[in-house]
Design a protein around this ligand. Structure first.
Ligand code: DAT
Length: 177
């Protein structure tokens, strides 16, 4: 049984997954597992999509590569998809949102994304694609949607998630008493 929870932090590129995970790792002691980095380091890429300027991940290979670690618990899983992870691995799914299209546009434009990639990501955010994916893949009570537009949002979201992690650990400790 896990004594520390696994939390997915997901959302459209640019919503703030990395900044949230870095801060949360400091606040909670959970480990930041950047799936982009893992896929790169452990050779889990299938092909390169030139139009979307992105590597396509081999999901089976990726799950095999992280399973032994993740089932121990204590990970912040940072990725723009969540429905590939087995439900039994996951205790909370945080879907970050940026309701201001112009704010998200500016964040993505500074990354040098081409027009197709920019538009696809902005559309995904406007239509709430990642939130829908999370709600379809996980139980309703496991999924939380949080806004990530301003600096203050990072602080308040991280405080909220940290307190959720602390309660989760306490309730598990009570169960094993
Ligand atoms: P992601 O990992 O989801 O692609 P990121 O964490 O790299 O996104 O953030 C992209 C940029 O936007 C980065 O410069 C930090 C900034 N940012 C993200 N969320 C923010 C927020 N709530 N307030 C201010 N800046 C934010």
């Amino acid at each position: 049984m896990r004594t520390s929870p696994n939390v997915i932090v997901t959302g459209t590129p640019g919503v703030g997954k990395t900044v949230h995970c870095e801060q949360l790792a400091q606040e909670t002691g959970l480990r930041h597992l950047s799936i982009n980095q893992v896929a790169k380091d452990r050779g889990c890429y299938e092909t390169y999509d030139h139009e979307l300027q992105t590597w396509v991940v081999d999901e089976d290979k990726l799950l095999d590569a992280i399973e032994d670690e993740v089932i121990q618990g204590g990970y912040l899983i940072d990725w723009h998809a969540c429905d590939l992870f087995p439900r039994s691995w996951i205790d909370l799914v945080v879907v970050l949102r940026c309701s201001s299209t112009s704010v998200l546009y500016d964040r993505l434009a500074t990354r040098g994304y081409n027009q197709t990639k920019l538009q696809e990501n902005l559309d995904a955010e406007i239509f709430g694609v990642l939130l829908e994916e999370a709600r379809e893949a996980f139980d309703e009570e496991v999924v939380v949607e949080l806004d990530s537009e301003k600096d203050g949002d990072v602080e308040s979201n991280c405080a909220r998630i940290s307190s959720w992690v602390a309660s989760w650990k306490e309730s598990r400790a009570d169960d094993t008493d």
